[in-house]
Ligand binder design. Structure first.
Ligand code: SF4
Ligand code: FES
Length: 256
């Protein structure tokens, strides 16, 4: 048997507490499967988001043993063995103290830095507001060609690092700057903006760079690198942010 210590929150009363459930983990059981088991066998009021169950939709990100991760991709057994731990710089959710025994217990909490809605569900409005603010639509530099637009393999390789994002917000949850500054665009939006900036099929100018040329954009990052460490898709927001800053400096521009 093992225990799941789960954060509970009621938006109407503003009250929160932890509930502990004892379950028998099956082979290969994930945190998401364990939450389903709790819903089915103990408490059907437990609220959490999910959809694909296969690390594709990005909806099940939560704080698992104080690390932002996808519940559908995080298996219980390695957690109890203490495997796969990653070292992160202190961030908002990590600092909130709660005791649990990692040898037979898994701690499950909502992503930090985003407003809580119910239990493990957070409000993603601000996350998507920032995403829209960086104009995440392709702006081709030329008229549509007769056939497809061609790209060089090296360009595709560089772009792919950023296009793999599934909008789970794990990076935002782990980011110390997002935790203290609600106006910081955050790693996911900045990674997406950088992806369009380097797209060779867009205009080769500085317009994308200038969209986030402020302390709420590229210059707000403190290079803690938690974003890259927790991203389930290997997206490196910190890399794009660093390169964008270097380019802006080379252009002789100052942050707005
Ligand atoms: S960059 Fe990674 S961690 Fe951040 S939203 Fe995209 S997939 Fe999730
Ligand atoms: S349920 Fe879709 S990513 Fe986990």
């Amino acid at each position: 048997m093992m225990k799941l210590k789960v954060f509970r929150f009621d938006q109407e009363t503003g009250e929160s507490h932890y509930d502990t459930f004892e379950i028998e983990p099956s082979a290969g059981m994930t945190v998401l499967s364990a939450l389903f088991k709790i819903q089915e066998e103990f408490d059907d009021s437990l609220a959490f988001r999910y959809s694909c169950r296969g690390a594709v939709c990005g909806s099940c990100a939560m704080l698992i043993n104080k690390i932002p991760a996808l519940a559908c991709r995080t298996r219980i057994e390695p957690l109890l063995k203490g495997e796969g731990k990653i070292k992160l710089k202190p961030f908002k959710g990590m600092e909130e103290t709660v005791s649990w025994n990692p040898e037979n217990e898994v701690l499950v909490e909502p992503l930090p830095s985003l407003p809580k809605v119910k239990d493990l569900i957070v409000d993603m409005d601000k996350f998507f507001e920032f995403y829209r603010a960086v104009e995440t639509t392709f702006k081709p530099v030329s008229e549509p060609p007769e056939k497809e637009r061609l790209m060089q393999p090296d360009d595709v390789k560089e772009l792919e690092k950023y296009t793999n994002c599934i909008l789970c917000a794990a990076c935002v949850g782990s980011c110390p700057v997002s935790g203290k500054d609600r106006d910081f665009l955050g790693p996911a939006a900045l990674a997406k903006l950088y992806r369009f900036h380097i797209d060779p099929l867009e205009a080769d100018d500085e317009s994308r760079l200038m969209l986030a040329n402020s302390k709420f954009g590229w210059w707000g990052c403190e290079f803690h690198a938690n974003c890259r460490a927790v991203c389930p898709k290997g997206v490196p927001p910190i890399e794009g942010i660093g390169k964008a800053r270097k380019e802006i400096k080379e252009l002789g521009k100052k942050p707005d």
